[in-house]
Design a protein around this ligand. Structure first.
Ligand SMILES: *[C@@H]1O[C@H](CO)[C@@H](O)[C@H](O)[C@H]1NC(C)=O
Ligand SMILES: *[C@@H]1O[C@H](CO)[C@@H](O)[C@H](O)[C@H]1NC(C)=O
Ligand SMILES: *[C@@H]1O[C@H](CO)[C@@H](O)[C@H](O)[C@H]1NC(C)=O
Ligand SMILES: *[C@@H]1O[C@H](CO)[C@@H](O)[C@H](O)[C@H]1NC(C)=O
Ligand SMILES: *[C@@H]1O[C@H](CO)[C@@H](O)[C@H](O)[C@H]1NC(C)=O
Ligand SMILES: *[C@@H]1O[C@H](CO)[C@@H](O)[C@H](O)[C@H]1NC(C)=O
Length: 456
């Protein structure tokens, strides 16, 4: 997975979504639109944010691994140490805590290669089906879609979204009209990198799938696959054996937004891992026809939500065959193992803006740098007249922090409030009524916590 690829979440379908009052923050992107906009929240403003006070924290040995979803007074979120937590954020009481590592191990034992490539945890925000009292999430190892009872955390069912040994679910799912939309990626690049090439890269092909869950009684249920679409035709890889093969185009970012009016769901893919040798020249070519149209790499595509048929596919870049062995910030390059001479697309500025507002025509309205010598990889959340966003810290990509919560004036980008947060905060901030929920920590094991803040 190329962490730094610039795949922008799609938020242009906002007009089709009519939010009701007190809409619950429902997962990674806040709503089925994945637009990080708490549109109906009137409690958090540039005035009330100044009264921000810590309500409680739920520490974790590694940290929070994805933002929560809410139902009634509960926040549901995964952690990097392999838990899934149901927290009453008003009383700070943990209702249940499940061992997601156990859910993974009980499906199938974890092989040494899987352990090199991914963690045995969930790092997706959940989706909640309140009517049936079900909570859904995805797992890293084994790429499982999991359904648990919302009230107890008891396992109801799990289904593998892709049987590849190193497949992983890292993009958060979206639930809409009884369909759970899931994107699958892999840890193959990690496997090739951390084994010094002993694991031959690569054979995984990304896929998007829709599942329907039928609950049966109190303790059971089952998933059925409604459709399943690969991002590269699945039969090509085997056909091309030794001449090199197409692999990659995993779906790993963010959360698929739903365009309810057009009955479609939108996904984005990352880079290609490996290519047939005949296509190597395409990475240097600006001719879009050089890359076959069926290779959906670094693409955004809209699938009919009921059939999986592609309504449109838009490729954003020319052929970008890349694996961790090609080098990235803080990791060594090994050109022998890199599928091509890498371009410069991963050379990002160390000091990134903490916030930016862009007009409908693409013009830049404002841009605010992270204060001091800091950077931010936090997703901004728009609420009331502010944008709330995290300062990540001063160091490299797995930083020690210290972090801070910033509130920027939505119209001007001016910093109106800053609140220090210990540890390293890389994720976004979920908001619910008068509460804000950042979470710190990353898989490196620096420790972290789920935070509950409240404004008056
Ligand atoms: C994760 O850490 C928490 C807090 O230290 C602990 O209570 C919990 O048992 C751990 N969970 C797992 C699955 O190891
Ligand atoms: C979670 O399950 C794993 C796998 O069985 C086990 O190693 C670990 O000790 C469990 N953690 C807790 C906190 O029970
Ligand atoms: C989706 O298709 C791929 C490629 O054929 C297959 O390996 C995978 O098992 C399918 N997933 C589901 C959930 O049907
Ligand atoms: C790069 O990978 C090749 C093939 O595995 C290996 O022989 C070589 O030692 C590696 N080079 C470095 C600098 O790690
Ligand atoms: C398979 O590889 C050969 C030679 O490397 C190439 O000419 C051909 O176009 C490839 N086919 C596909 C479907 O990628
Ligand atoms: C940002 O960087 C400076 C050092 O340049 C540091 O003093 C400051 O505390 C950092 N953090 C925040 C949240 O501003």
């Amino acid at each position: 997975m190329k962490r730094l690829a610039r795949l922008i979440p799609i938020a242009s379908v906002a007009a089709t979504f009519i939010a009701s009052a007190n809409e619950a923050w429902s997962g990674w992107g806040g709503s089925i639109l994945n637009n990080h906009w708490a549109q109906t929240n009137t409690d958090i403003t540039s005035t009330s944010i100044r009264t921000l006070a810590l309500q409680c924290t739920v520490p974790d040995t590694v940290g929070q691994s994805a933002p929560p979803a809410f139902q009634d007074n509960y926040a549901y979120f995964p952690t990097w140490n392999g838990s899934f937590v149901a927290l009453n954020y008003k009383t700070c009481h943990v209702k249940w805590r499940i061992n997601t590592t156990q859910v993974i191990v009980d499906f199938a034992p974890i092989t040494p290669l899987q352990a090199i490539a991914n963690q045995a945890v969930a790092r997706t925000s959940p989706q909640i089906d309140a009517a049936n009292s079900v909570l859904f999430f995805g797992t890293q190892i084994h790429a499982l879609v999991v359904a648990v009872d919302l009230a107890t955390g008891d396992l109801l069912a799990r289904k593998q979204a892709n049987p590849h040994h190193l497949a992983t679910i890292t993009a958060s799912p979206t639930l809409y009209d009884g369909l759970l939309f899931v994107g699958v990626s892999s840890g193959e690049e990690n496997a090739a990198f951390f084994t010094g090439g002993a694991y031959e890269c690569c054979s995984f092909i990304g896929n998007a799938a829709a599942f329907r869950f039928k609950r049966v009684g109190a303790a059971g249920g089952s998933f059925t696959t409604v459709w399943n679409v690969t991002t590269i035709p699945a039969n090509l890889a085997a056909a091309n054996g030794t001449g090199g093969r197409w692999s990659g185009a995993g779906i790993w970012g963010s959360q698929p937004p739903v365009d309810a009016r057009r009955k479609q769901v939108i996904f984005a893919t990352g880079n290609i891992y490996s290519i047939p040798l005949a296509y190597v020249p395409c990475s240097q070519s600006d001719d879009p026809s050089c890359l076959p149209s069926y290779i959906w790499q670094e693409s955004v595509f809209a699938l009919d939500m009921y059939t999986g048929r592609a309504n449109w596919v838009r490729r954003l870049n020319k052929l970008d065959a890349w694996s961790l062995t090609c080098g990235a910030l803080g990791s060594p390059q090994n050109f022998t193992l890199c599928p091509q001479k890498p371009g410069n697309d991963y050379a990002v500025d160390q000091q990134q803006p903490v916030g930016r507002r862009v007009g409908r025509d693409g013009s830049l309205l404002w841009q605010t740098p992270a204060p001091g010598a800091n950077y931010s990889v936090s997703m901004p959340t728009a609420v009331g007249d502010v944008v709330v966003v995290g300062v990540t810290g001063t160091a490299g990509f797995s930083p020690p922090g210290p972090s801070a919560l910033l509130a920027l004036n939505k119209a001007t980008g001016r910093v109106v409030f800053e609140y220090p947060i210990p540890g390293a905060w890389q994720g976004g901030v979920a908001v619910q009524d008068s509460y804000l929920f950042p979470g710190t920590g990353y898989k490196g094991g620096t420790g972290g916590a789920f935070y509950v803040f409240k404004v008056r």
